[in-house]
Design a protein around this ligand. Structure first.
Ligand code: GLN
Length: 380
């Protein structure tokens, strides 16, 4: 069997979902909503069930979907991606990230990751035959040291940096100033920035999302991965995409073509409805997520727990030092089985030896959040 597949484990996030299901715990581990997608979207899906399409769409994504996505992206970033030449629709941003990395890395190359990081990035890097180089975010304020970042990006063989913004699992939203530092280093060392911007519309005031592709010199070297999963509460539809300039997009399209042939045609057809929603949808989404964040973080505060205050995305890292556990994995298993709430061990997101944090997410109905908070009282 391949050496590559020896050096990483299966996803701990998704393993925790299986554990949560097996013991009937409230699943605050793998991040996905327990509320319905917008009604206009599910209604459209039921129509599409009768009318089709039910056969393959164009490999690179249905034409009407790509046009709607181009308009939406122009609306939010002012960047107009050509639906024919500068985008590909993928099976989730998971495929988007993998296809992007495979398109820029040769075996032996390196990829810079901030730590903590979403666990897929390290596995994707290894699957490309490349090696991750980690840059730690400060445990105090999630800032990075520009000199440390520069020495990582300057290493021979580095091809790209992965930027998850807003960040999973830290909830960090990178400021314009931080993005400018990253951008100028990417230009200086001639690197790609592969982004994961799936939480682009889940940002808490006064923080604001900036697309790094908008910064000077960055359109050509940004490979933007994102998806509809979080924005429209449809994680199971597996609709993601890559936006990038034509030369690199040509390569990404080839990888996509042979990896998956294409995203699900009926789901793309239905999702055009969502891509055409007006601003009020996104304002409502922000308000809804701000409400869920407030319910959950106020509840954690009342329980006397210490945690990271999210600026964006829908995760908190909770400090479990006070519980005197040997490791965060056993803590999470016990918490799922005895308290009835599933979390992800923080160690699966860090390069550094960190075992005093667990990740919980709050994309849940009020009743689920209140019940989880009630159960968490039994931690003490
Ligand atoms: N991004 C979500 C999380 O970190 C879901 C990840 C996944 O399993 N695709 O939990």
């Amino acid at each position: 069997l391949s050496k590559r597949t020896e050096t990483f484990t299966d996803s701990v996030i998704r393993r925790m979902t299986r554990i949560a299901n097996a013991c009937g715990a409230i699943n605050l581990s793998q991040g996905f909503p327990d509320f319905d997608p917008p009604e206009a979207l599910t209604k459209r899906l039921s129509e599409v069930a009768l009318t089709g399409p039910h056969q393959y769409a164009i490999t690179f994504g249905a034409q009407n979907f790509r046009e709607a996505l181009s308009d939406k992206q122009f609306h939010f970033s002012g960047l107009r991606y050509d639906p024919q030449k500068e985008m590909v629709i993928t099976c989730g941003s998971t495929e988007a990230m993998m296809a992007s990395m495979m398109s820029v890395c040769n075996p032996g190359d390196k990829v810079v990751l901030f730590s903590p990081f979403y666990e897929n990035y390290s596995a994707d890097t290894i699957l490309c035959g490349a090696t991750p180089v980690y840059v730690p975010l400060s445990p105090v304020d999630l800032s990075f040291d520009a000199n440390v970042l520069e020495s990582a990006m300057a290493q021979p063989g580095v091809k790209a940096l992965v930027l998850c913004n807003p960040a999973n699992p830290s909830g960090k939203v990178f400021t314009h100033e931080e993005l400018s530092i990253i951008a100028s280093l990417a230009v200086k060392y001639d690197l790609y920035v592969i982004t994961d911007e799936v939480y682009e519309h889940i940002v808490f005031a006064p923080h604001r999302h900036t697309y790094i592709a908008m910064l000077p010199g960055m359109f050509e070297r940004t490979i933007e991965c994102s998806s509809l999963s979080k924005t429209y509460s449809i994680t199971g539809w597996r609709l993601g995409y890559v936006l990038a300039a034509e030369p690199v997009m040509e390569r990404i399209k080839k990888v996509h073509d042979f990896l998956t042939v294409g995203a699900a045609a009926p789901l793309m057809e239905a999702a055009v409805t969502a891509l055409r929603f007006d601003d009020s949808y996104y304002t409502g989404l922000q308000a809804h997520y701000t409400h869920m964040k407030d319910v959950f973080t106020n509840g954690l505060r009342n329980l006397g727990l210490r945690f990271t205050e999210p600026q964006g995305a829908y995760f908190v890292l909770v400090d479990i030092s006070e519980f005197g556990y040997e490791g965060d994995e056993q803590f999470c298993i016990d918490m799922a089985q005895k308290v009835g709430v599933a979390a992800v061990p923080g160690s699966s997101f860090f390069r550094e030896p960190v075992d005093h944090l667990v990740r919980l997410h709050f994309a849940k109905k009020d009743e689920t959040l209140y019940e989880a908070l009630n159960r968490l009282e039994n931690l003490k």
